[in-house]
Ligand binder design. Structure first.
Ligand SMILES: NC(=O)c1ccc[n+]([C@@H]2O[C@H](COP(=O)([O-])OP(=O)(O)OC[C@H]3O[C@@H](n4cnc5c(N)ncnc54)[C@H](O)[C@@H]3O)[C@@H](O)[C@H]2O)c1
Ligand SMILES: [Zn+2]
Ligand SMILES: [Zn+2]
Length: 342
């Protein structure tokens, strides 16, 4: 089969022939239809410091996908051939304290699809049936392909009650955009999103934010004034990984404010801890999705009319993966999709 492979410990990816995956008794084999390009895949292509310590080549990359089940192992009961599925890309150990307690998203030995084992940028991918989400409600294939990052957005946005609250989102990348759509849909009063890219802020306006603020030109405090907020934001969703964004967020929260932090900073940085203490701010780290509570929430949010269409801005054949990766790496658009059937 064809697959996008990190062939050697050096920059780049290659579309090449590799053997089809063989499934075990608890696995399913999925014919991949569409995939989403994630920041992780860009790191792996660029072969930066993170990729060099996290990846051993050769490796089939990619973890965001939708596909159709074509084979099931003999122990698989609830997934059948023909099912349309997306995959939970965190494979858990099943043995640690959290796994045994049913808190699989807190597993301390998680292996990432397309990071710690062969991934989904291929004609076929194998996964344990317990990592598969069957789409039982009709869903657009481009959106189904990005259930993994959509899940990051939902997990973060629904970490704290949002109804009637003023919400600040730092970072209007694909995940920040989806979180803004979710916060709006879930009943926030104001949703303010920040970025330094005008193109991405324009996309944010399409998902219905109250204010899309370019922090290279104005401050979050200016934004508060514009909306008539007097006491700061109730809920913050950090989705940039940028230290300045986190500092700005802390400075603009109300007393007792809640921050859910998804953005992954590349190194340690300082924040105003005295402010966090005296403002009694709660900070919660978010990694991945809750299995499968977040997936349930994603499906019903879409069923209830949540519109993510503005978030997908690039569509390419898998053969044009270089252009697709360049598009995703430009940092200007939304989500970029690869089609594995054309
Ligand atoms: N915790 C997890 O499980 C998890 C999963 C996926 C991604 N992530 C992380 O979440 C973040 C969002 O993912 P993404 O794919 O949308 O990333 P992205 O890099 O496409 O988006 C980040 C955005 O933040 C903007 N930004 C930079 N400086 C800023 C500032 N000072 N203020 C406001 N915005 C600023 C950038 O211009 C960019 O548009 C990334 O840091 C990513 O590494 C975490
Ligand atoms: Zn991803
Ligand atoms: Zn575990």
């Amino acid at each position: 089969m064809k697959a996008l492979v990190k062939e050697k410990a050096e920059p780049g990816l290659r579309l090449m022939e590799v053997p089809e995956p063989v499934i075990g008794p608890g696995d399913v084999l999925i014919k991949v239809l569409r995939t989403g390009i994630c920041g992780t895949d860009l790191h792996i292509r660029a072969w930066d410091g993170w990729a060099q310590q996290a990846i051993s080549a050769p490796l089939v990359v990619g973890h965001e996908f939708v596909g159709e089940v074509v084979e099931t192992g003999r122990d698989v009961a609830d997934v059948t051939v023909g099912d349309l599925v997306s995959g939970e890309g965190h494979l858990v150990c099943g043995k640690c304290r959290n796994c045994l307690a049913g808190r699989r998203h807190l597993c301390r030995a998680t292996v990432g699809l397309g990071v710690g084992r062969d991934g989904a940028f291929a004609e076929y991918v194998a996964l344990p049936a317990s990592n598969v989400w069957v789409h039982r409600v009709p869903v657009d294939l481009d959106i189904a392909a990005i259930f993994d990052p959509f899940g990051n957005a939902v997990h973060t946005a629904l970490s704290f009650p949002l109804v009637g609250e003023d919400v600040l989102i730092t970072g209007a990348g694909p995940i920040g955009l989806m979180a803004a759509a979710v916060a709006r849909h879930a009943g926030a009063r104001n949703v303010v999103i920040t970025d330094v890219s005008d193109e991405r802020l324009a996309l944010a306006r399409k998902v219905g934010v109250s204010l899309a603020l370019n922090v290279a030109e104005s401050t979050i405090a200016d934004g508060q004034r514009e909306l008539g907020l007097r006491e700061g934001f109730d809920v913050g969703l950090e989705m940039s990984g940028n230290p300045r964004a986190m500092r700005d967020m802390v400075a603009n929260m109300t007393h007792g404010g809640k921050i859910a932090m998804l953005g992954l900073p590349s190194e340690e940085f300082a924040v105003d801890w005295a402010r966090i203490v005296t403002s009694m701010i709660t900070i919660k780290g978010i990694y991945g999705r809750e299995m499968f509570e977040t997936w349930y929430a994603m499906s019903v949010l879409l069923e209830g009319g949540l519109d993510l269409a503005p978030v997908v801005t690039g569509r390419y054949s898998h053969r044009d993966f270089q252009s697709a990766f360049d598009d995703a790496a430009s940092g200007r658009g939304g989500k970029v999709i690869l089609d594995w059937t054309s």
